[in-house]
Design a protein around this ligand. Structure first.
Ligand code: NAP
Ligand code: ZN
Length: 346
C-alpha cells in the first residue's frame, strides 16, 4: 500500500483536517498521479455535510483532479511518467454491461466506482477523492491532458465541462443553433463557452442583471434577465436548444415556451424538489424535455481535446487546503466566479 495524505471530514459536522491514509499499490494497469489541483464544487459540500444521506466518513472529497503521472504499471500504454493526467467523477465500472459498452460508464448496470464517497468494484473498499497528495487509478479511467495549459483551470472541466459538453453534443448544437443557457454559475459559464465554441448563437437567461458583462465576456451573444417578464415575450419560440443549469427550484413552463418546433431543453441542474411542467408547454411545438448526467470516459476525453483545441478552460479562483472551509461558505453563497480550485502541490 502507498502511504499518502489528504484533507478529510470525520463526520457531517466536522471541519477539514489533515488525514493520513493508504492507496492501493500501483497494479499492472494503474497509474499513480501526484495531485496538483482539485476543483471544489457543490456536490463536495452536499456530501461532506451529509446532505444527500449517502455519506461515509472519513471523507476526502474531490473529483476534478489534475496531476502528473509519477509511476505507471507494467501493462500501461496510455501514459508515461511525467504526463499530465486527470480524474473525473468515477474511477472504475464493470466494463461489460450495455452502458459500459456504449461508453456511458456513468450508468454502469453493475457498479460505477465514484471517485470519492463511493466504493471500488469490490463494493467494500472506500474511495477517497482529490483533496489529497496522490491517486492510484486504472489507466482506462484516467484522462489525458496536454501540459501546455493552465492546469488549475482545466480541473473543473472534469465535472462542469463534461456535464455541459455532453448534452450540447447529443443535441447537435452547432452553427445555426439558437441556444440558451439558463443560470450563469459553475456549469452555466462552461455551457456558454462550449456552445459559443461550437458555433451556436448563445443567449444567457439569468436572474442576476449584474452578470450581463460577464456573460458577454464569456462570449454570449445575448443576455436576458428572467425576473422581468416583459423581457421574455419576444423570446417565445425563439430557441432550438436550452441548457438548464439552475440548482434551485424554478418554473419550467416559462423556459419551455421559448423553444421553437422540435426544440429541446436539457436539465443538468439538480434542484431538490420534483419539477413540474404543463403538458401543453411540451406538446406545443413538439418540444423535448430531457436530462443529462456527466459523461463517459470517451466523451470526457473528447471534451478535453476540444477545450485544448479551442483554448477553453474554467474561470477559477485558487485556494490553499487550509482555506477549504471558507471556499465552501463562499460557494454556498454563490460568491465565486466561477469555481474554486485547491492548489494541492504544496
Ligand atoms: P451554481 O454555480 O450555484 O450555479 C447555479 C446558477 O443557477 C446560479 O448561478 C444562478 O444563475 C441560477 N439560479 C440560482 N437560483 C435560481 C433560481 N431560484 N431561479 C433561477 N435561477 C437560479 O451551481 P453549479 O455548480 O453550476 O451547479 C448547478 C447545478 O448542476 C447543481 O444543482 C448541481 O448539483 C448540478 N450538477 C449536475 C451535474 C449532472 O451531471 N447533471 C453535474 C454537476 C452539477 P443566475 O444568477 O444567472 O440566475
Ligand atoms: Zn458496466
Amino acid at each position: 500500500m502507498i502511504k499518502t495524505r489528504g484533507f478529510a471530514v470525520q463526520d457531517e459536522n466536522a471541519v477539514f483536517e489533515p488525514f493520513a491514509f493508504e492507496r492501493r499499490d500501483v497494479g499492472a494497469n494503474d497509474i499513480l498521479i501526484d495531485v496538483q489541483f482539485c476543483g471544489i464544487w457543490h456536490s463536495d459540500i452536499h456530501q461532506a455535510k451529509g446532505e444527500w444521506g449517502n455519506s461515509t466518513y472519513p471523507m476526502v472529497p474531490g473529483h476534478e483532479i489534475v496531476g502528473n503521472v509519477s509511476q505507471v504499471g507494467s501493462a500501461v500504454t496510455k501514459f508515461k511518467v511525467g504526463d499530465i493526467a486527470g480524474i473525473g467523477c468515477f474511477v472504475d465500472s464493470c466494463r461489460k454491461c450495455s452502458a459500459c459498452e456504449a461508453d456511458q460508464e456513468q450508468f454502469c448496470k453493475v457498479h460505477c466506482a465514484a471517485t470519492y464517497n463511493g466504493t471500488e468494484m469490490d463494493e467494500t473498499t472506500m474511495t477517497f477523492g482529490g483533496y489529497s497528495k496522490h491517486y492510484v487509478v486504472d489507466e482506462a479511467y484516467g484522462l489525458k491532458i496536454g501540459a501546455d495549459q493552465n492546469l488549475a483551470a482545466v480541473a473543473p472541466l472534469l465535472c462542469a465541462g463534461i456535464t455541459t459538453y455532453s448534452p450540447l453534443k447529443r443535441f447537435k448544437v452547432g452553427p445555426g443553433t439558437r441556444a440558451a443557457v439558463v443560470g450563469l454559475g459553475g456549469l452555466g459559464h462552461m455551457g456558454v463557452k462550449l456552445a459559443v465554441a461550437m458555433g451556436a448563437d448563445v443567449t444567457v437567461l439569468s436572474t442576476s442583471p449584474s452578470k450581463e458583462a460577464d456573460a458577454k465576456a464569456l462570449g454570449a451573444h445575448h443576455f436576458a434577465v428572467t425576473t422581468d417578464k416583459a423581457n421574455l415575450k419576444p423570446l417565445a419560440g425563439s430557441f432550438d436548444f436550452i441548457l438548464d443549469c439552475v440548482s434551485a427550484d424554478h418554473e419550467m413552463d416559462m423556459y419551455l415556451k421559448m423553444l421553437d418546433v422540435e426544440g429541446a431543453m436539457v436539465l443538468v441542474g439538480l434542484p431538490e424538489n420534483p419539477i413540474s411542467a404543463k403538458a401543453f408547454s411540451l406538446a406545443g411545438n413538439n418540444r423535448i424535455l430531457a436530462g443529462s448526467s456527466i459523461g463517459g470516459i470517451k466523451e470526457t476525453q473528447e471534451m478535453l481535446d476540444f477545450c485544448a483545441e479551442h483554448g477553453i478552460t474554467s474561470d477559477v479562483e485558487m485556494v490553499t487546503p487550509d482555506q477549504i472551509e471558507r471556499a465552501y461558505d463562499r460557494t454556498i453563497r454563490s460568491d465565486v466566479r466561477y469555481r474554486f480550485v485547491i492548489d494541492m502541490k504544496n
